[in-house]
Design a binder for this molecule. Structure first.
Ligand SMILES: NC(=O)c1ccc[n+]([C@@H]2O[C@H](COP(=O)([O-])OP(=O)(O)OC[C@H]3O[C@@H](n4cnc5c(N)ncnc54)[C@H](O)[C@@H]3O)[C@@H](O)[C@H]2O)c1
Length: 245
């Protein structure tokens, strides 16, 4: 029997990067996966169905309350229940503070923090009668400051705050954890266009390499499984040693 056989899972940000890898990995261990993204997650759904898995694509901007409500209406209709949320949707913002417009700062908070609130709240509503797992994607920058990234860093500190508070509020039925990745080789990191100075900063960590999206997905599978039944309220670093809290 597969590790997550029959479990209904929602992965946001599933069109690519960490979310895409999580959706594929969760389907590989038997989960039925709803793939949501502001871009089309169809290629992820195809990758899953070609390997014999079950998946469904739904378009959703996680910062738009109406779209999030519609997403969960569709999940209720088509999947019936929800056992696990893996919330990966997010945006990066890299600009010196003194050049940052208020609207840019607000957009990062809208997607990364309010989006987590909206999706997490609906997921927990659906999970309340049967229990479940909420897995948020925070960052190693949930623990650190980073020059020219303050909006992003603030949003990711907030995600860890939601994790710890929800873990207490919904214990013991719903376990809430965050994965805190280090630099992971995805379109967001954009390693090919990185300046040499920034590359040196990102790679100045004990393991001296970028992580792969699949290495985050392996942690998501573990946290979604019964093997993680005594873990809640944690920010779990999968970060090449970038942070040792
Ligand atoms: N790559 C890294 O180095 C790294 C490190 C730490 C944390 N993270 C976090 O991991 C998560 C995934 O990042 P990634 O590296 O895979 O980035 P990515 O840019 O490759 O993928 C992000 C996905 O989120 C989707 N998305 C963006 N805004 C959205 C919105 N409003 N509604 C719905 N979907 C939206 C994008 O379309 C995309 O498919 C993010 O929360 C990111 O902050 C990434």
């Amino acid at each position: 029997m597969k590790l997550l056989a029959g479990k209904a899972v929602l992965v946001t940000g599933a069109a690519r990067g960490i979310g895409g890898a999580c959706a594929v990995a969760l389907a590989d261990v038997g989960a039925r996966v709803v793939c949501a993204d502001i871009d089309s997650p169809q290629s992820t759904v195809e990758a899953i169905t070609i390997s014999g898995g079950e998946a469904l694509a739904i378009a959703c901007d996680v910062s738009d309350e109406g779209m999030v409500t519609a997403l969960f209406d569709q999940i209720r209709e088509q999947a019936g229940s929800l056992d696990v949320l893996v919330h990966c949707a997010g945006v990066m913002h890299k600009k010196p503070l003194l050049e940052t417009e208020t609207a840019e700062f607000q957009h990062v908070l809208d997607v990364n923090l309010t989006g987590t609130f909206l999706v997490g709240r609906e997921a927990i509503r659906m999970m309340q009668s049967r229990g479940g797992r909420v897995i948020l994607i925070a960052s190693d920058l949930s623990y650190l400051g980073r020059e020219t990234c303050s909006a992003y860093v603030a949003s990711k500190h907030g995600v860890l705050g939601l994790t710890r508070s929800w873990a207490r509020e919904f214990s013991p039925d719903i376990l809430v954890n965050a994965i805190c990745p280090g630099p992971i080789d995805t379109p967001m990191l954009d390693a090919d266009n990185m300046s040499p100075q920034w590359r040196e900063l990102e790679l100045g960590i004990p393991l001296k390499r970028f992580g792969q999206p699949g290495e985050i997905a392996e942690m998501a599978v573990f946290l979604a499984s019964d093997k993680a039944r005594y873990i809640t309220g944690q920010g779990i670093g999968v970060n090449g040693g970038s942070v040792m809290p």
